[in-house]
Ligand binder design. Structure first.
Ligand SMILES: [Zn+2]
Length: 289
């Protein structure tokens, strides 16, 4: 459903919300394009409104944010902008899967995390776009950004989990736990009229939801630390499946194991856990304060 949330700012309520900003009379840009197959749905709405597409901005290049890119970029012959580092993941189709797996995975995972390739991505670090501003929101990916329209509406990608999501599960994918926490803290100071997360509802004040996300992260970090009682990685991941109430499957395993390694790195850098080897198995131990 299309909702107007500013003079020239709209969004399509969707599993991944799609931001829209009017770049001219009957011309728009999109902020994210949802999952595979969403391009056609977005195009139907653009056609109903009589809008043409100027360009796309991707807050980051996860597969549930660039799903409609190929269809729309080809149909309108337009570029998509993202940060240079996230562009690498979008353009090299197996990179995300290999990053999560820690090496090239089998075909099943490569298919799930497959990216579209070199179809016209451009780096957003270059010239400013139609008065749209952006800020770096690292932690969820290396190069995620938030985008502000001149109507003071922020589109914040996956910088925080929504209330309804957190009621069901506590897991959020991360590449850097320290930066993710710093991003949550920074977002509390962000000024704007309305904040739209990629998954969940738009809110005028996000301080409370940010604090709930911080508490959730602290709980997860503490749970990883508690699991470090001479345990190997698989044992720690097994515990975190239970803590996060995540379903076990191969794709979730790639997401969870990659994120657990980020928590271990965060704790190790803070001097709160150490690794050692027992019978050629790497094991993790929390340091008692
Ligand atoms: Zn994401």
């Amino acid at each position: 459903m299309l909702k107007q949330i500013g003079d020239k700012t709209y969004y399509i309520e969707n599993d991944t919300n799609i931001g829209i900003y009017m770049t001219g009379p009957d011309r728009v840009c999109l902020i994210d394009t949802g999952s595979r197959g969403d391009g056609e749905k977005i195009n139907e709405i653009l056609m109903q409104q009589g809008w043409s597409l100027d360009f796309i901005i991707n807050t980051h290049t996860h597969i549930d944010h660039i799903g409609g890119n190929k269809y729309l970029m080809e149909k309108y012959n337009v570029p998509a902008y993202c940060t240079e580092i996230d562009k690498a993941f979008a353009e090299y189709s197996d990179l995300e899967a290999a990053y999560m797996n820690g090496g090239k995975p089998a075909g099943k995972l490569r298919h799930i995390f497959k990216h579209p390739g070199k179809i016209g991505f451009k780096t957003i670090e270059e010239p400013p776009l139609h008065g749209l501003e952006w800020i770096a929101l690292p932690g969820h990916t290396f190069g995620m950004i938030g985008v502000k329209t001149p109507d003071d509406v922020w589109f914040l990608g996956d910088a925080y989990l929504s209330e309804s999501y957190m009621q069901k599960r506590s897991f959020g994918y991360l590449v850097d736990a320290g930066e993710y926490l710093a991003t949550l803290e920074m977002l509390k100071t962000l000024e704007g009229k309305l904040f739209v997360p990629a998954h969940g509802v738009a809110e005028e004040d996000i301080v409370e939801i940010l604090e709930k996300n911080e508490a959730n992260q602290k709980m997860l970090i503490e749970a990883v630390k508690e699991a470090c009682s001479g345990a190997g990685l698989d044992e720690i991941i097994s515990k975190m499946y239970k803590v996060t109430k995540m379903r076990t499957n191969e794709a979730n395993h790639a997401l969870l194991s990659s994120t657990v390694k980020c928590y271990l790195a965060y704790l190790q850098d803070k001097g709160e856990v150490v690794s050692s080897f027992e019978d050629d198995v790497m094991v993790w131990t929390a340091i008692k304060a």
